[in-house]
Design a binder for this molecule. Structure first.
Ligand SMILES: Cc1ncc(COP(=O)(O)O)c(C=O)c1O
Length: 393
């Protein structure tokens, strides 16, 4: 079985490029050039240099001793929260801004949920002196206010999306509309492994630096490249894709994907796509999608803005369908408790998205000698208000 994308842009049954005719030239230009550009020596040199000197890579692989002791297994945290801007998202935006420059684009648009991708995009646009417009759902603008301020300070224009659930899906719709209206000068920096081919593959490749580093770091710490399990939260799926990437075809490494159950999978207020989704098309790709009987997209819900999305990327839909990935969903309540617990046990305040991945240890048991790597996708600064309200701090 092959879990990487094929040359037609599919992961098994999922993927492809289902786009309006107006976007065809842009997406086709990207598709025909992305691999060649990424392989160019000067591209790699600039990408690697910025990851090192600007982002602060490699990020540490930290053995979480007290956390491990509590759950009776060996847990390592891949510290993407220590990246410049506070999450893994910047690995991809550095790559895509360099791609946009080589494609001759002078304007950048992006969508954002938690605001981390918006901040990471605004950051690289400031770095390169390029105009930046970020679309963000009205609800997310309220619950991730610190990130909205950061984007504005970095010189970006933040445009509220006021339709639907006023969250990530709706922001993505607005960004696509903008791209259709500005096809010549604009590059759309998609923030996860979603969208039409080649985006899921391109974003996964930029994020794959995460598992590339984990292989080396585990070799040093454990004398072997492979952990027994890799665990990550899945919104669209980019931090997960980055951690899984070099392990996809190594069946001896267990892949665990954690989705947001919201108030509970069957409450109607959830974003657990693997449990609730059926095959459908969203934002240009065929994937698993939460939808009604007649194919209308169901409004998702999660306390975490970054997981509040009714689909998953096609790579993850395929991991679910083939059984290669084990999918677990975690409620708001359990995620919040796990987030607070990490603060107390390890002195690390995680993003609420990440806290979902940490919560599985309460119910999913591992062997004492198992090496489990969890992607600590982001830090919790942006979520302080939600933590304060939830715990009456
Ligand atoms: C810290 C953090 N983790 C995870 C996610 C979810 O996105 P993805 O599934 O693409 O990693 C986000 C999205 O904004 C995020 O900010």
């Amino acid at each position: 079985m092959i879990y990487q994308v094929n040359e037609k842009g599919y992961y098994g049954d999922f993927g492809g490029a289902f786009i309006p005719e107006m976007l065809y030239p842009n997406v086709e230009e990207l598709r025909s050039r992305y691999l060649q550009i990424m392989q160019e020596e000067d591209f790699q040199k600039e990408f690697r240099q910025l990851l090192k000197d600007y982002v602060g890579r490699p990020t540490p692989l930290y053995y979480a001793e007290r956390f491990s002791k509590k759950y009776g297994t060996k847990v390592y945290l891949k510290r993407e929260d220590l990246c410049h801007t506070g999450a893994h998202k910047v690995n991809n935006t550095i790559g895509q801004i360099l791609m946009a420059k080589r494609l001759g684009k002078s304007r950048i648009i992006a969508e954002t949920g938690a605001g981390q991708h918006g901040v990471a995009t605004a950051t690289v646009c400031a770095l390169m002196g390029i105009e930046c417009v970020v679309y963000m759902g009205e609800i997310d603008i309220k619950r991730q206010a610190p990130n909205v301020a950061r984007m504005k300070m970095l010189g970006a224009t933040v445009v509220p999306a006021t339709s639907g659930s006023r969250t990530l899906k709706d922001a993505t719709n607005e960004a696509i509309r903008d791209w259709i209206n500005n096809p010549m000068n604009t590059h759309y920096i998609i923030g996860s492994v979603v969208g039409p081919h080649p985006y899921p593959d391109m974003v996964a490749r930029f994020q794959s630096v995460v598992s590339e580093e984990v292989q080396k770091q585990l070799q040093e710490k454990e004398g072997r490249e492979n952990p027994d399990y890799v665990v990550a939260c899945v919104g669209g799926g980019s931090n997960a894709a980055g951690l899984y990437y070099h392990y996809l075809d190594k069946e001896e490494v267990g892949i665990i994907a954690v989705e947001a159950a919201g108030e509970g999978v069957l409450t109607g207020k959830s974003a657990a796509t693997s449990a609730l989704g059926r095959e459908g098309i969203i934002h240009g790709s065929k994937t698993l999608l939460m939808q009604t009987e007649d194919g209308q997209i169901t409004e998702p819900y999660s306390i975490s803005a970054g997981l509040d999305y009714p689909g998953v990327g096609p790579m993850h839909a395929n991991l679910f369908r083939t059984g290669r990935g084990e999918f677990i969903s975690v409620t708001d309540e359990d995620a919040m408790a796990a987030g607070l617990q990490l603060c107390k046990l390890e002195g690390i305040i995680p993003a609420i998205e990440t806290a979902h991945a940490l919560a599985i240890f309460e119910t999913r048991k591992f062997e004492k000698d198992d090496v489990v790597v969890v992607n600590l996708s982001g830090r919790g600064d942006k979520d302080l208000n939600t933590y304060i309200e939830h715990f009456n701090l």
